[in-house]
Design a protein around this ligand. Sequence first.
Ligand SMILES: [Zn+2]
Length: 438
Amino acid sequence: MTANGHPRTDYLILADYVLSSYGWLQPGYVTVSGDKISAVSGGVPDEEQYAQAGEVIRARGMALMPGLLNGHTHFSQTFMRGLAGGRPLLSWLKELIWPLQSALTVDDLHLAALLGLVENMRCGVTYVVNHHKVTSSRAHTETVLSAIASSGMRATLARAWSDRGANAENPDAIAAELKEGFEQYANTHPFIRYASGPLTPWRCSAKMLQKTHQLARDFDSVTHIHVSETQDEVKMTLQETGMRPVAWLDHLGVLDEHIQVVHAVWTDVQELDLLAQRKSTVVHCPVSNAVMGSGIAPISEMLARRIPLYLGTDGPASNDTQDLFETAKATIMLARARMCDASIMSPASILDLALNGNRLAVGTPADLILVNLDHTRAAPVHDIDSALMLSTHGSDIDSVMVAGRFLLRNGQVTVLDEQALLEACRHALINLRRRAGL
Ligand SMILES: [Zn+2]
């Protein structure tokens, strides 16, 4: 305690495994003061550290590590789970996803976003990139931003748009709304970032891709776009432009460090070299790509070229969960199966991807999770990285903290009434199906 009787640290958290900048501490402990981590150490705390702690948490049988990053999802699709079966991507979009999206009310979307945020939180994610596709009114976007703010999570809202094909928007209106969003959120909000989210190269004009990307660059933000998810899409761009999609984006001058290329399943050697040269980020969504029968992205070739990578679940309509632990395991399994090589994709290297390279370190934001390994699926633990990447499910997350605040504690969501949310979602879905004519 300090002289006036106040604790010097808010939390002292002891765990069997603590992921520090120097690797795993077994055991170790962390202290949290305000919104930052104030100490990280191996072994056990001394008496003074106990005395100075506002609360002591003993996480026996658990791993304490930074929260995960989910690099791509669509919250609106929490209301479209289980609809992936049996259709290729383009007919799936036209027959199911687009009609349901256009029938979502503002209230539906608020519930869907909260559901998506809580699902990510429950799976150990503290930062999620939401490619926000339901933009029929400004209120639809504002309600998602308000859901993010009320969840306590960190998120990027990548405002989706298209100025070609079905439901094309007016280019001037898109540019004006993006500019407003950037002005309001880019680099100024502590938890929310804003990005441009063109749907795909074939749904967006060259001129608008260039214009909006320049806007994103001006605000030090990003363009977040689906690229080369299926072979059909590659053929379409080839027919229209004479170039493959990644080469086309490079030709337009938008392939740089300010772009997040989601999927990149069908990329050839020249395109992979371009992605590496331009330092563009690829978001790898292996579960969604497999469920949709789209293919397996060449992730080992991307890693070999040191292309920056995020893991993403993609939306629940094509996954059907947002469990990033499942995505991490699928990343390992599918890449090894594709290359017939069990020596690649070490669990430690894929954990590093899932964490976006973060470690628990003094002075960094207190965004951390406790993962329970004391159960029959994981115990006994020989190798902590394997236990986390091959034996763990999102349901093993015990607690989630963002900026020093517990959002999930001992398996209970603290930021909202989860049962009431589930009940409201069930009720809303009945009406949504009726309106969409399903
Ligand atoms: Zn997507």
